[in-house]
Ligand binder design. Sequence first.
Ligand code: XMP
Ligand code: MG
Length: 179
Amino acid sequence: MGTDLKSVLITKEEIDAKLAELAAKIDADYAGRELLIVGVLKGAVMVMADLARALSTPVTMDWMAVSSYGAGTKSSGVVRILKDLDTDIAGRDVLIVEDIIDSGLTLSWLLSNLSSRGPASLKVCTLLRKPEAAKVDLEVEYTGFDIPNEFVVGYGLDYAERYRNLPFVGTLAPHVYGG
Ligand code: XMP
Ligand code: MG
């Protein structure tokens, strides 16, 4: 796997199986409806692509890009829209698709922003969730994996824009980020 990675945390097979499980739940919950899935760029690209193909529910797809103000690796909770939705979500059943929820600040901002646009329903699906997220009062309907508080890359997630194309989720070797 190369020397930059410490270990594989979640294999491609485990991701595929989990997305099939989540898709079955989503199909059951939205039976007879049409769903607008909203991917948060760039990290959610892989989850969106694979989840969308696992769903039987008719879906349309849209994308948002947001960025947290403030320096450092911690999310500040103050969010700026880099790319807004192309779709008017008023009256739509909307599912936000995320790669990872860490502090939950980004998601909490997104939820209040999107709910102000009057969707019929607004729920969240995330592939990964870190322990911090459990402390915040956020309703996440569909969660793939609860993971330890380690920096992870792969399957859409990056370190300095690298590793997004790994088919699995792995942890980085400390020497890569100066540890
Ligand atoms: P919050 O803290 O607002 O932030 O929930 C979520 C965003 O932080 C990034 N993030 C990570 N990115 N590996 C990454 O590549 C990680 O382990 C990690 N933890 C948080 C990510 O952009 C996510 O959307
Ligand atoms: Mg990132």
